[in-house]
Design a protein around this ligand. Structure first.
Ligand code: 4NP
Length: 154
């Protein structure tokens, strides 16, 4: 299965989600291909925000080699699931979809842990390190729940 994580800048939340899901899947022996992208191209080519890198390093993950890239319509074919961080990402990604099968691939990532609650991963960009800690906690819960659902299907 191929999973794409999407946020606005692809320098804070979605690279963290990518690193967490990739590492937790490997720990469980689940074969997943994980990538991330942003709906806004302004940070294209940049490494993740240093606060995101620090938070991930503290928890034993490395994301320093990820580079920001914009999401493109071809990603709907390249990925089986597209997880977005907030409702604004959801609207932006859906606006790129050209058929219902594509739309069906898109969902709020936190709905994996809290089904149908439509909770959002808060944008930590304009806050301090505490926001990144909070983002980490939420993403880890969602990643574990997603992997649980894969384990149950195996
Ligand atoms: P991200 O955070 O969407 O989690 O990567 C942001 C990164 C950059 C900006 C906003 C949010 N920005 O306004 O440039």
């Amino acid at each position: 299965m191929r999973v794409l994580m999407v946020c606005l800048g692809n320098i804070c939340r979605s690279p963290m989600a990518e690193g967490i899901l990739r590492d937790l899947a490997a720990t469980r022996g689940i074969e997943l291909s994980v990538d991330s992208a942003g709906t806004y191209a302004g940070h294209q080519g940049e490494a993740p925000d240093l606060r995101a890198q620090d938070e991930m390093k503290k928890r034993g993950h490395s994301i320093q080699r990820i580079r920001s890239r914009p999401m493109r319509p071809a990603d709907f074919d390249a990925f089986d699931r597209i997880f977005v961080m907030d409702k604004s990402n959801y609207r932006d990604v859906l606006s790129m979809a050209s058929d219902p099968a594509m739309e069906k691939k898109v969902g709020l990532f936190l709905n994996q842990a809290w089904p149908e609650k439509d909770l959002e991963v808060p944008d930590p960009y304009f806050g301090g390190q505490h926001g990144f800690e909070r983002v980490y906690t939420l993403l880890e819960r969602a990643a574990e729940a997603f992997l649980d659902s894969i384990d149950e299907q195996r």
